[in-house]
Every structure is written in C-alpha cells, then in structure tokens.
Design a binder for this molecule. Structure first.
Ligand code: PLP
Length: 391
C-alpha cells in the first residue's frame, strides 16, 4: 500500500501543477465562440515566445508521435531520403516511422553516450552532391539517454555544407525546460509535446513550421488528411480543427504559459539546470566504490531534464527502479531499447523543486542499497551542499 505523496520522477509525463489542474476544472465552452478564440490566440502567442519563433504553430489532440507523423506526411513523398542523426531510441523511432511511409531513411551513426558531431553531419552532407537528402532529423534532448544535442551547431553544419535539406528537430523533452530558439537556430520544423516542460496532461502536441517547410508541403505527395497543415493553418495560426477543438487542453495550456511567463523562461531554465546539476552530483557520489555512473559522457552535453544512470555490469537497473517504486513510492523511468535493464532514468523537469529532487536521491540511494548495487554514499548531502550554494 503506497502512502504519502507519490514522487513522480519520470522524464515525462511530468507533475501537473495544482494551478493547471484547477484551470482545467471548468465547464466546456463553444469552440467556435469568441471566448475560446481569445484563449487560443493567447496560447499561440505564448507558444511562439516559448519556441522563440514568429512562425506559425499548430496544435493537435495527439501525443508526440502524432506530431512526428504530421511532420513526415506534410513534407515528403515516397522514396524521399531522410538523414536521421542517431541519438538513441527516440531518434531511431522517428526514422522508423519515416520508413513505414516508404521514405528512405539513412542513419548518421552516433555513440548514444555522446552528443552528435556537427563535423560528421557536414561531411555527410557534402558527400550528397546531388542533394538527395531532403531533410535532417535531430532530437534536441534524447530522453532515452540524457544527452542534449547541439542544435545550433548542427544547423551551422548544414549551412557550411551548403545543403538545402530541411532541418527537423524534436524538442519533446527540452522545450520550456532548457534553451531552444527556433528562428535564431534556423530550424524548419519543431516537434513538441505538452506533457513535459509544458506540464500538461498527455494528449496535446505541436509543430512549428518555417516558411521553407510550408513551401515544401506543396510538392509532398504522402497521403494526409488529419495532419494536413494546409487545411489546419489560417493566416498566422490554427484556423481549423479536425472536429472538436480540445478546449480543456487550452485551459491548461493557457495557465501553463502564464506560469512560465511569471517565472520567466530564463529562470525556468536556471531552475532546471540547478536541479539537474544536483542530480548529477548525487550520481557522481554513487560512482565511488565502482557504483553507477551518468550515462552521458561528454562534459556539457548532459541533459538538464533527465539523467540516465548506468548501473555497473552484472546488476539490474530495473530492480533498482522497482524497489524505489514499491518501497518508497518514487517512480523513475526505465531503460529503453538496448538500455533496458542497464539504466534507470531520473526525470528532473517540469513542476519540480529542491525537496522533490532530494527526496528522490534519498530513495534511489536506499533502493541501490536494497538491490545490492555497489555505490558510494552521501549523495543527498552532496546535492544539499550544491543546492544551498546555488540558491
Ligand atoms: N520524442 C522524445 C524525445 C520523447 O521523449 C518522447 C516521449 O517521451 C517522444 C518523442 C514521444 O512522445 P509521445 O510519448 O508523446 O508520443
């Protein structure tokens, strides 16, 4: 029997703040009426500030997978070639969806523990002299590994190769948690979801679309009805819904955007960095005695939203995760794909504060002990000292 507060520390979905829950706890309104129009307009304007773009954004009643698919079917034709920058489970999964639509998907190989190398991208694009590659796909924050990838530098690599490929970026676990700039970084399509940095219940996803990407929709021949950007888009933002607009998601989104603006995006990013750094220091304390280590190996590429913790060879990360849940009511993320059983993932994004992170670190240390995984001690003290100094 679980008691007390459930510590939900998965890297998404994230904790839904009371303010958002209360904002959604209202009766419905006519989605064709002026009241909804005003809420939607406020939301799209707020989203543009979060995406750092002046270009149109579309919202769907869907998970991130829907927004992934929307990007593919609106931009490409069967046989078109995509270059997916390998970063982990999510990058490969996006590419597989392209294959399912008859696209030719090439993977730019990359060690999952390291940030993508812009020089490798530039070299590959230079080799593509007849410009067969129609788009480069990247995941800003690879949620399966806890590695953040250098989007601005990857853009510079595309430019340096003088390659016309579209640049598509998945920001599902970075947006509204650490810095992302659609326009300044020259991203053509941004894929995002509501259930992470935006702190919403799962079921709302977004694409932001550059003028170059919009122009590409005209030549694309993959079948699309539900996702068709040309139908959904009005002058500057969404003008059409496939059926009923998800009014309650907009109530929640309006409140989420107000909360982010009250805190200030830079302060949101600083908070995420502080809590992430405390988590990293805790893992480094466990690393003593040949204990677990941070999966990300490149200094500076560790994600500020999720830390994947690699357990020593011969130990089961899932056992640690299960013990944390069963004994201490702390929910962590498990390892995905080839990392199953090798890592557990601590999510530190969304509506989170210091005691939540410290409580989690304490529970994980107890779970490591119970699972018999060798580890150093004192991670909570280490994190406390850092958080005290950094506050
Ligand atoms: N991309 C990334 C980076 C993710 O972290 C996730 C989900 O965790 C997805 C895509 C898929 O999003 P969804 O689960 O909303 O379909």
């Amino acid at each position: 029997m679980a008691h007390g507060y459930h510590f939900f520390m998965n890297p998404g979905p994230t904790n839904i703040p009371e303010r958002i829950l209360r904002a959604m706890d209202r009766g419905t309104i006519d989605f064709n009426g002026a009241q909804f129009k005003a809420i939607a307009e406020e939301c799209f304007a707020g989203l543009q500030r979060v995406f750092k773009t002046t270009q149109p954004i579309l919202a769907y009643a869907a998970t991130g997978h829907g927004a992934w698919e929307a990007a593919l079917v609106n931009l490409f034709s069967p046989g078109d070639k995509l270059l997916v920058i390998e970063s982990g489970f999510f990058s490969l999964n996006w590419g597989m969806r392209g294959q399912a639509f008859g696209l030719e998907v090439e993977t730019l190989p990359n060690d999952w523990r390291r940030a993508a190398d812009p020089a490798k991208l530039e070299t590959r694009l230079r080799e593509d002299r007849d410009h067969r590659i129609k788009a480069v796909l990247a995941v800003h924050n690879e949620t399966s590994t806890g590695v953040a990838h250098p989007v601005a530098e990857l853009r510079r690599a595309i430019d340096a190769a003088r390659h016309p490929a579209l640049f598509l970026v998945d920001t599902i676990s970075s947006l509204a948690s650490f810095d992302f700039r659609m326009d300044e970084w020259g991203v053509d399509v941004v894929v995002a979801g509501g259930q992470k940095g935006l702190m919403l219940p799962t079921g709302m996803a977004f694409t932001a679309i550059s003028a170059k990407a919009l122009a590409a929709t005209a030549a694309a021949t993959l079948p699309r009805v539900y996702w068709d950007w040309r139908r959904l888009l009005g002058e500057a933002s969404q003008a059409y819904w496939n059926g009923t607009a998800p009014v309650h998601f907009f109530y929640g989104l309006q409140e989420a955007l107000r909360m982010l603006e009250e805190e200030g995006l830079d302060n949101v990013f600083a908070r995420h960095h502080r809590l992430a750094e405390a988590t990293r220091r805790a893992v480094r304390a466990w690393r003593q005695n040949d204990g677990p280590e941070i999966f990300a190996t490149d200094p500076g590429s560790e994600s500020d939203t999720i830390t994947a913790v690699l357990v020593p060879e011969g130990y089961d990360a899932d056992k640690v995760r299960q013990l944390a849940l069963d004994k201490f009511n702390v929910s962590l993320g498990g390892g995905l794909d080839r990392l199953r059983g090798r890592v557990f993932r601590i999510g530190h994004l969304g509506d989170l504060n210091e005691p939540m992170v410290l409580g989690t670190i304490a529970a994980v240390e107890m779970a490591l002990e119970l699972a018999g995984v060798p580890h150093g001690r004192g991670a909570v003290q280490t994190a406390m000292e850092y958080l005290t100094d950094a506050s």
